[in-house]
Design a protein around this ligand. Sequence first.
Ligand code: 3HC
Ligand code: NAI
Length: 699
Amino acid sequence: MSAEYAVHGPVAVITLANPPVNGLGLATRQGIADGLARAQADAAVTAIVITGAGSAFSGGADIKEFGTGKSLQEPSLSSVIAAIENASKPVIAALHSVAMGGGLELALGCHYRIAAPGCSIAFPEVRLGLLPGAGGTQRLPRVVGVEAALNTIVSGETVKSEFIGAMPGQKLFDKMSASAESLAAEALALAQSVASVRPLPLVRNLPCKHPAGDAYFQFTRNMIKGMAGKFPAPARCVDAIEAATRRSFDDGVQVERAIFIELMWTPESRALRHLFMAERAVSKIADVPADTPRREIRAVAVVGAGTMGGGIAMNFLNAGIPVKILETRQEALDRGMATMRKNYEAQVKKGKLTQEQYTQRMALLSPTLDYADLKDADLFIEAVFEEMGVKEAVFRQLDAVAKPGAILASNTSTLDVDRIAACTRRPQDVLGMHFFSPANVMKLLEVVRGKQTAKDVLATVMALGKRIKKTCVLSRVCDGFIGNRMLEQYVRQAGFLLDEGCTPQQVDQAMESFGFAMGPFRVSDLAGNDIGWAIRKRRAVERAEMKYSRTADKLCELGRFGQKTGAGWYDYQAGKRDAIPSALVEKLIEDHRKELGITPRRIAEEEIVQRLVFALVNEGAHILEDGIASKSSDIDMVYITGYGFPLHRGGPMHYAGELGLFNVVQAMERFAKNPLDDAAFWKPAPLLAKLAAQGKVFD
Ligand code: 3HC
Ligand code: NAI
């Protein structure tokens, strides 16, 4: 059942009942249409109220139906709205909570609207690469004015009902109820009071004009160009709203419909819809049910106050959770504390934080050199040097000091979490929490599940991650986890491209025009080229057979570690971050090619992008096969939130599906024939090969 029908005296009440948010899927639309027909046919009914059960009036069209054909099946939302408009009895929308997208359009199609204070009102379609497609762009300007409507539709932002209710001249709400609790009674009373009023008011009949039409729309188009980036939807929203001001209502609806269908088929919208679902799926772990009990986290201890420790601590302070931070030496502790203060002061200066908030946050922080001070912590996060011996010693000490039930986490980026867990007497309480730098800014948190990590530990940390506003992605244990394991292949390809004929700036430019904010060499200069150098030195011991370009080592041998040393793949002027192509680096690359006897060739931008992105895809497929990531959409979330993969491409695994996995595999077969590349790597992962052969995509 997705819409319920009841009669209260002379008023019929249709209640949307399609949890979790009363999405307007086919069955719900049918339920509304049936309810309307029933109420129309019942002579005792004089008015009809539409309301929603649960936590929403309606979150809009059912996103899960998009692309399945069901969303186009009759009764469409537009037909339901037309049936409401054509009803001979007044229809009143009663909003107690969320009214978004198609839900708001449904309300706008009703003759009257009553809302409780605190309702979330929005047209978020633009965030899915769409526009409101059931008359929203034509009706909203008629009730709140063109400018307010345009701002709402183009931004997708949520506005509270009481704010709209207080707007002078607004016609969105005919009445605000005193509270959510009194809404039902007030809606019934409104219904009875308007039961005999004729003609029935229709939003479509209201005028829609802007006094400075041409100039205003020109101005908004210019504004939007810069903000919209690669997304077509915002500009198309303006087109539809402009049509509302220039054409008849019905013509305007036709314009809107055509744009909606056009946008629905764009790769940008498919990417955003994929990411909407991916974001909601990411926190779900198949064998850890949502009702798994969680441990309480009231106090956190961070061990190591270096680059990562300080940033990690700030996350908890920002969420109001007290933190004790431990170092081995006073000097290191002071340095860590000073960095945190500096970060907060910068936020105060930028107006992002008040002085009072800064003081409150620092008051939650206690520095210490003594493990005994950490004994009350519910969660420990270790962020010391990346050396197994050092980590093991720290975990032994944590095991000795922590109370039973406390969770012990490591921020290691490469080391074996199971080995770390094994040096404690409580491996079930140990896991990895892999933050990204700067840890107080970056959204991504890889939660690393050890062989013995308990389910309630995972449930607790996933929920805590949400509390500190991170996107938590579950990873099993492997070198580099999900993100860095894939990155290694991406960076390796970038190195081969230099050997074969590219300059760092060519590679960076290609990736930047693909949509990355920064290409691999600019990123490496920012993060520090020495990090990759240390990993390659370790690889040389562990996996000597692994082929990679030696150019990056040669760069590091010159001390060119990147921005922090004023020189890396690029030159940098003191105090500036602009990457200036370096003649020295060009010569270094040329000399290296000569040494290897390579005649450089011109490499097309398409090949650069494919080699780097498909390297991510192939390694991603291995990661899925190995069970390191549990869903391909989790991998996409890692790359979108942690590695600047372009949003409009939806993540590497989704993007590969858009291209067609068969085409991806064919390109890999071509790359494998290049003697300067790594043929073994380009053998498609079995999962990828299988899906490509079946004409499927990653699911
Ligand atoms: N369709 C289908 N499922 C939806 C949905 C929708 N429109 N909106 C939310 N859901 C589902 C989510 O997938 C999630 O499912 P899960 O429990 O299985 O993971 C569940 O509802 C809860 O979602 P959230 O975790 O986001 O819950 P919140 O309480 O934080 O937020 C919300 C609720 C504000 C409604 C938020 O989900 C939201 O912003 N939804 C998107 C609304 C939207 O974009 N609507 C426009 C749709 S397009 C449209 O209407 C076209 C029309 O113009 C023709
Ligand atoms: P860092 O060198 O900046 O900081 C490490 C801190 O740990 C130093 O202040 C040091 O004094 C302290 N320390 C060392 N031994 C200690 C001990 N026994 N007890 C207490 N404190 C001790 O290193 P960084 O970059 O903060 O890295 C820390 C961990 O985070 C490493 O495991 C690293 O791999 C991981 N990591 C680093 C990222 C980065 O971008 N820097 C990103 C993600 C993870």
